[in-house]
Design a protein. Structure first.
Ligand code: ZN
Length: 139
């Protein structure tokens, strides 16, 4: 089970700005990329101009392992937007790199999600030019 989208209502797209363009371009080609500081190696997400550790502006887009654990989650029993059909869950995944990513689960019913669950990224091409990194249970 994953998020069901309404065919009548367009899915709200994430705003594309220069800071996050690498993340969304990576998703389109089914790669999970996070910013990484070229000075100190710190992984950075959400994207931002300066490294939170050393304040360097020198960053590059680096591939994630795509693996992590569910740090927290919430299940919507009523839809907050007509494009999304409830129930569905929003998960906060702590990636192996230490950054956290908010997304949805695929092939996992809301009642089967648990904190600490090991997950891996999958890519959902939900619309022309829009791919969302999502997660599935491992094991
Ligand atoms: Zn740094």
């Amino acid at each position: 089970m994953s998020v069901q989208y309404s065919s009548e209502e367009p899915v709200p797209a994430p705003p594309l700005v220069w800071e996050n363009a690498g993340f969304w371009e990576g998703a389109k080609s089914h790669q999970l990329l996070f910013q990484r500081c070229k000075e100190c190696g710190t992984w950075v997400h959400p994207p931002r101009p300066a490294c939170p550790k050393c304040r360097s502006f020198e960053k590059e887009w680096s591939p994630s392992s795509g693996k992590g654990v569910v740090h927290s989650f919430v299940t919507y029993r009523e839809s907050p937007h007509p494009a999304f059909k409830a129930p569905y869950s929003v998960v906060l995944v702590e990636m192996e790199e230490g950054v956290r990513l908010i997304s949805n689960m695929v092939d996992t019913a809301p009642d089967d999600i648990s904190i600490g669950m090991t997950v891996e990224v999958v890519f959902d091409d939900i619309a022309e030019g829009l791919t969302l990194p999502k997660f599935r249970k491992v094991g």
